[in-house]
Design a protein around this ligand. Structure first.
Ligand code: ACO
Length: 425
């Protein structure tokens, strides 16, 4: 039986339906609000607004819970492959052995990119950020792989192409930016190893695939695979609602992820830690982050949803310790990160504002340790987030109630004024 929430304005009373999610979270359905009352709601930054109902990811920011299709992310990070996780997110369940084999064959079949696309890379300035390049290249895929007539086949093949080719495009952008020979995907390698090989193999120095490095990247990708209606995912859904191609919607997601307040934070964290290492100014950095007049924030701290320790950050911290120990690397940035975390977690400002390390706080240290250059960090995040973007886009396309996303506003500009000819201004 539907429950209602009462809205009282003057002598009028309205009934608004209450929607309850499978974990008990509650929402007031305001879809008929304007029609019935003449009002709209105002929620800058959407912190109180649900944009959809979704069966993909459950996130509880107060308790630090993250589950994909009901499975805790900790279990997936420990036991699953990235390919299984991608299948799970996109199809709603884990694959059986045959389905997984079939999925691997398809990913392998679609892993090459059209040779003519290399010309683009050669014409981007060498200083271009790889996220800008990746976003453009993903959008360009449509021109090279035109639409198929059968809609179901078109969606399936586009999803497979994206999952497979984004890896190749990302590795190509790195190789070309360094003036190195492009390394093609290999059919005998699994998803993560294949990417590492495309990034680091060279004709004069064959890449030695290390299982712990592969594991670190796999866990990184699994932890980033979806995070419900975050900024880039909302961009994918919003842009997708205009019925653009999936390539264009994903390209928009990549552009959103690039921002330093979102996926770009992993690069920003390493830059901040390096600055502290060089200038020995940890205390000043913390003080700056607390200063209301200074726009600087402690990168890798705080989250719109998590008001406790980000569960992904806990796993990432352990992986950082493990990878550094395995390779006997002493990274001063890890020591600085741990000290900074300790200072911040004891500081009243961070306690009062519920600011804890987020996934990006330790992820850059893991990526550095496995040889990923800093300007590729957010690209690695984008490859990991791809299954989530695709799953969310697919869910919105399958939703019979999904509409063109078009928020309203409250206008606060001037009232009607007459045009003044230029000679009279
Ligand atoms: N350092 C210092 N103060 C902070 C920080 C921070 N990292 N994060 C939030 N605050 C403060 C704000 O100044 C604000 O203070 P006030 O209420 O006294 O004015 C308060 O905490 C709330 O901040 P909001 O910006 O309203 O919170 P919001 O939920 O919008 O912010 C965000 C979330 C953008 C992630 C923020 O915490 C931030 O900028 N963090 C640093 C960037 C970062 O690490 N981003 C990665 C996020 S994870 C991801 O996208 C994968």
């Amino acid at each position: 039986m539907t429950e209602y929430v009462k809205l009282i304005h003057g002598d009028k009373e309205y009934q608004l339906p209450l929607i309850v999610g499978s974990e008990g979270e509650k929402a007031i359905d305001i879809s008929a609000l304007r029609e019935e009352t003449g009002f709209i709601t105002l929620d800058t930054g959407y912190a109180n607004t649900g944009s959809c109902v979704s069966a993909i990811t459950y996130l509880n920011g107060e308790k630090g819970i993250l589950r994909y299709r009901g499975i805790p992310v900790e279990q997936l990070a420990e036991q699953a492959t990235f390919k299984e996780t991608a299948f799970l997110l996109i199809n709603g369940r884990l694959p059986n052995r045959n389905e997984l084999t079939q999925f691997s064959v398809l990913l392998n079949d679609h892993s090459l990119v059209h040779e003519d696309m290399r010309a683009f890379y050669e014409n981007f300035p060498r200083s271009s950020h790889p996220m800008g390049i990746l976003s453009s290249m993903v959008n360009a895929l449509r021109s090279f792989y035109p639409e198929l007539h059968n809609l179901e086949e078109e969606i399936n093949i586009t999803v497979t192409r994206l999952l497979s080719k984004v890896r190749t495009l990302a590795a190509m952008s790195y190789k070309i930016s360094r003036g190195h020979k492009v390394v093609y995907p290999r059919p005998d390698l699994a998803y993560c190893s294949n990417f590492l090989n495309m990034m680091f193999h060279s004709p004069v120095r064959p890449y030695d695939i290390d299982e712990d490095v592969v594991r670190a990247l796999r866990v990184f990708w699994i932890l980033h695979a979806d995070h419900e209606q975050n900024c880039s995912t909302s961009a994918v859904r919003l842009v997708g609602s205009a019925r653009v191609t999936l390539y264009a919607a994903i390209s928009a997601g990549i552009a959103a992820l690039w921002g330093p307040l979102h996926g770009g934070a992993n690069q920003a964290v390493v830059e901040m830690l390096t600055h502290i290492a060089e200038n020995k100014n940890m205390r000043q950095t913390v003080e700056r982050a607390k200063d209301k007049k200074d726009p600087f924030r402690l990168m890798g701290f705080g989250h719109r949803i998590y008001k406790t320790y980000d569960p992904r950050a806990k796993i990432m911290k352990k992986i950082a310790d493990k990878v550094l120990a395995k390779f006997n690397i002493s990274d001063p940035l890890l020591d600085i990160a741990k000290e900074l975390e300790e200072i911040a977690l004891k500081d009243d400002y961070f306690i009062e504002h519920n600011l804890y390390p987020n996934v990006d706080f330790y992820s850059g240290i893991v990526l550095r340790a496995i040889g990923i250059p800093t300007n590729m960090f957010t690209v690695i995040f984008a490859i990991g987030r791809l299954p989530g973007w695709i799953a969310q886009w697919k869910e919105s396309m399958d939703d019979p109630n999904w509409k063109l996303c078009r928020p309203r506003q409250i206008y606060t500009g001037p009232a009607e004024t007459n045009y003044v000819p230029i000679a009279e201004r």
